[in-house]
Structures are given as structure tokens and as C-alpha cells.
Design a protein around this ligand. Structure first.
Ligand code: FAD
Length: 468
């Protein structure tokens, strides 16, 4: 039996980062992963492959719609080779998961391939594909078993016509009509991929707006822009039935007034969220409690009900995001090493990688209103930027919310080109408790998209934006 200071169960961004940090801090570390590749949801069927397809489809759209504006002429038709596009995506995934394998070796972390199940609080049985079982003994364990796509109780995911994001990342044909249940991040990103490739795309959303967790202004702008791109939206629609035949799916929903509406498509993507995954973990044997949402219950130190076992990432409360899982992985490793790390959950940014990209950090306007906080708001449109005009990325804006009295930045909400990267400036500013005026007085290179942040900060300070 192999004995370790720490055993990490699950090799997603939470698990593998936790393992690396534990190893860096001198702990003898093992990682247990049931799949043959490391990297979890994010690298295999999440963040990385979805971004690869978003990029490929973006190139195609540019070639078809925008090259001519730039004076680039392509003789003949631009065609899609979906098989090649999917193969490229897989190559990106393989390189990235291979990178994690390399990092495990480099940090002398032992990798166990198989399903990890607690025998007791210090022993984990790892059942390999051939049925053999190896036991790992560990002083401390970190549960990082992530999440799986969830569904609605009456929907049968046949994974052929009624699919999850995992199947949507490897379709063999471009759907004629893709009906997406759920207007959240994953549904919209994959919806945009297939819309660009020529599918008719309909998004059916229960709430009265898409990306409901984000600032309302972002929901409105994203819906407007995606609508221009041809995506159809049916908000305030409650799906009541999904029926699939060999070639067609019929989705029935009640509209705002309660009248039934029918959607017929050749594929239905169910993207109604993800559920924490603890199947086969045998958490009870270690005394690890789950809450009524199926999440592993943790305290402020991310310690479970069993003191030597910790949990991180999608399997616990909080945003289901790779970078949140990574922060928690580092946090637990440092707690185990006797350090006093800290995570500010208010400063974990949220991003939608559609184009235009959407990104936010801190409080939304709705949250500030509800909390009774007095705030000022400054907004600046991308279309007023020289950089945006140069690349014809005119949609979107940056909105900065700052405390009315102290001017401290409380929330930054943006939609537009490269916002996924731009949001880092807002996170840095907020981490150092900058005021809107602090940002407005920093030099921002010209011409860049970052100037929209400076201008929004000027607008929030004293309505002093320069270029509107
Ligand atoms: P996971 O990545 O889910 O990893 C858990 C691992 O544990 C898996 O490999 C699983 O096989 C393994 N495991 C489970 N049980 C056992 C067991 N008993 N024994 C051994 N191994 C086990 N987030 C972002 O921040 N940015 C994005 O752009 C983004 N895009 C996404 C796109 C899609 C299509 C999807 C589905 C998700 C996306 N996410 C994104 C979310 C992100 O993937 C997750 O938040 C992240 O992967 C969570 O990391 P984790 O380490 O908690 O778990």
C-alpha cells in the first residue's frame, strides 16, 4: 500500500492545481483520476474545447462576412470541414491534458488511474479499468470530483438528439435547427458556435433574461447582439416536455401567458446547469457529509465534516468556474502547510466567451440596489474607441459601479471585444481597493480596448468621460 501526505481525488483544474501546490510545499502527493486523461471537465469537455470551437467558428465567420470589408478576396466559396474543426479541437485538448501529465511528473506527483472510493477517512480504494483495486493511504485528502451536466426530471438525455455540452463538442454535422434549453454561459457559447457554422439556433430560457446571474445591462446587450447575429430567444418560457425520434426533437414550453409553444429541431442541447458529482466516491465511509444540493459540505477552511478531508471546486458551493476551483486548490494546499491563505470570492470574475465577450467582477447593480448601497455608475461604449473602429468591434460597453461617498469600485461589468482579458484590470484594481478616480488617472495605452475602462472610470468619477 502506498502512503501519502495528501491524496487528491479528481484531476480537474481544482485537483491538479492542489496537487502541484502540495508538492511544491514538500508534501508527498498522489492524484487519483478515473479517466485516462488528466485535466477534468475543463480541459477535456469544458473550457478548452469550447474555446477552441469558438475560435474556429469565429475565423469562419470572419472569412465569410468580414474579409471582403478588409479588402481580402477569397476566390470561390469558403467551406467548413467540421470533421477537421473537431479534430483540431481534440488536438488542442490532447496537448493541454498532456501538459498536465508532464506537470505531474515534473512535480513528482504519483498518478493513480481509476475510480477513487473512500474505505475510511485515511484510505482510498482505487478501482482500475481492469477491476483490480489498489489502496492509497493518505493523512489528508482533497475531494475535487467536480460536476456533471444536469437535466430536468422529464428530459431523457439520449446523447444523440437530446444532448449535453459534451456531445455538442463533437457533433458530426452542423445542426439544421439547434434548440437550446437554458440561456446560460455554456448554452450561449455553444449556440454561437453552431449559429456561425450555419445552424438555426433557438434559445429557450425559463427566466426573463439570458445570463441571469450577471448584471441586467449585460443580459440586455448580449441578447441584442446575439439576436443581430441570428440567434432566436424565447425568454420566460418554461419547457414542459422534450420528445425525440430518430431524426427530430420536439420541445414543448409554456410561454409567458402559459400558452404551449412547440419547437422542432434536429438537436436539442440541454444546458440547464451542472450538478456536483460524488457518484462512487463512498463519501459516507469517511464521514463526509453532503448538503441537500448534493454538494460536499465545507467550512471556511474548505474542510469537510471529517477534519483531515477537504473539498474544492465544482463539488462544493459557489461559482462553477475553473479559476475558482484553482484558487481553492492552492488555498487548501497552503492551509495544509500551516499557512493562512485567503480567497476573496467577491473578486472571482465571471466570463462568457461569446463574441462580443462578456465579463464581470464584484457586485451587480441589482445587488447594490438590494443591499441599499448608494453608488454611482459610469458607462462607456466601445464604439467611441479608435481601437474598436479599427477592428470593427463596435458592440458593447464598460460599466463601472463605485461607492457614492468613497468612490471605491464595487463592480465592473463589460461586454465587448477582449473583455475576457480586460476584466483582469478590474480585478487588480478591486483587489487593491482602487477608487474609480484611481483608474481614471492611470495611463492606458492608445489605441487599446482598455481605454474603455479608463473612460468608464472617468464617467463614474464626475461624468468626465473624454470621448463621448
Ligand atoms: P472537474 O474539472 O469536473 O474535474 C473533476 C475530475 O474528477 C474529473 O476528471 C472526474 O473524472 C474526476 N473524478 C470524479 N469522481 C472521481 C472519482 N471517484 N475517482 C477519480 N476521479 C474522479 N469554467 C471556466 O472558468 N471558464 C470556462 O470557459 C468554462 N467553460 C466551460 C465550458 C463547458 C462546455 C463546460 C461543461 C464547463 C466550463 N467551465 C468553464 C466550467 C469548468 O469546466 C469547471 O468549473 C471546472 O472544470 C471545475 O473544476 P473541478 O476541478 O472542480 O472539477
Amino acid at each position: 500500500m502506498s502512503t501519502y501526505d495528501v491524496a487528491v481525488i479528481g484531476s480537474g483544474p481544482g485537483g491538479y492545481v492542489a496537487a502541484i501546490r502540495c508538492a511544491q510545499l514538500g508534501m508527498k502527493t498522489a492524484i487519483i483520476e478515473k479517466y485516462t486523461t488528466l485535466g477534468g471537465t475543463c480541459l477535456n469537455v469544458g473550457c478548452i474545447p469550447s474555446k477552441a470551437l469558438l475560435d474556429s467558428s469565429h475565423h469562419y465567420e470572419h472569412a465569410v462576412k468580414h474579409f471582403a470589408d478588409h479588402g481580402i478576396e477569397i476566390p470561390g466559396d469558403v467551406k467548413i470541414n467540421l470533421e477537421k474543426m473537431i479534430a483540431r479541437k481534440q488536438a488542442v485538448v490532447d496537448q493541454t491534458t498532456g501538459g498536465v501529465e508532464f506537470l505531474m511528473k515534473k512535480n513528482k506527483i504519483d498518478v493513480f488511474e481509476g475510480v477513487g472510493a473512500f474505505k475510511d477517512a485515511t484510505h482510498i480504494n482505487v478501482t482500475k479499468a481492469d477491476g483490480t483495486v489498489e489502496t492509497v493511504e493518505a493523512k489528508h485528502s482533497i475531494i475535487a470530483t467536480g460536476s456533471k451536466p444536469s437535466t430536468l426530471p422529464f428530459i431523457k438525455l439520449d446523447k444523440k438528439r437530446v444532448i449535453t455540452s459534451t456531445e455538442a463538442l463533437k457533433l458530426k454535422e452542423v445542426p439544421k435547427h439547434l434548440v437550446i434549453i437554458g440561456g446560460g454561459v455554456i448554452g450561449l457559447e455553444l449556440g454561437q458556435v453552431y449559429r456561425r457554422l450555419g445552424a438555426e439556433v433557438s434559445v429557450v430560457e425559463y427566466m426573463d433574461r439570458i445570463i441571469p446571474g450577471m448584471d441586467k445591462a449585460l443580459s440586455r446587450e448580449l441578447q441584442k447582439v446575439l439576436k443581430k447575429q441570428g440567434v432566436k430567444f424565447y425568454t420566460s418560457h418554461k419547457v414542459t416536455a422534450v420528445k425525440a425520434t430518430a431524426k427530430q426533437v420536439t420541445i414543448t414550453a409554456d410561454d409567458k401567458k402559459g400558452n404551449p409553444v412547440e419547437f422542432k429541431g434536429d438537436y436539442c442541447l440541454v444546458s440547464v446547469g451542472r450538478r456536483p458529482y460524488t457518484d462512487g466516491l463512498n463519501a459516507e465511509a469517511a464521514g463526509v457529509k453532503l448538503n441537500d444540493k448534493g454538494q460536499v459540505e465545507v467550512n471556511d477552511h474548505l474542510q469537510t465534516s471529517t477534519s483531515n478531508i477537504y473539498a474544492i471546486g465544482d463539488v462544493i458551493k459557489g461559482a462553477m468556474l475553473a479559476h475558482k476551483a484553482e484558487e481553492e486548490g492552492t488555498f487548501v494546499a497552503e492551509v495544509l502547510a500551516g499557512q493562512k491563505p485567503h480567497i476573496d470570492y467577491n473578486l472571482i470574475p465571471g466570463v462568457v466567451y461569446t463574441w462580443p465577450e462578456v465579463a464581470a467582477v464584484g457586485k451587480t447593480e441589482e445587488e447594490l440596489k438590494e443591499a441599499g448601497v448608494k453608488y454611482k455608475s459610469g458607462q462607456f461604449p466601445f464604439r467611441a474607441l479608435g481601437r474598436a473602429r479599427a477592428s470593427a468591434d463596435l458592440d458593447g460597453f464598460v460599466k463601472i459601479l463605485a461607492d457614492e461617498t468613497t468612490d471605491e469600485v464595487l463592480g465592473v461589468h463589460m461586454i465587448g471585444a477582449r473583455c475576457a482579458d480586460l476584466i483582469a484590470e478590474a480585478v487588480t484594481a478591486m483587489e487593491f481597493r482602487a477608487s474609480a478616480e484611481d483608474i481614471s488617472r492611470m495611463s492606458h495605452a492608445h489605441p487599446t480596448f482598455t481605454e474603455a475602462i479608463k473612460e468608464a472610470a472617468l464617467a463614474a468619477t464626475d461624468n468626465r468621460a473624454l470621448h463621448v
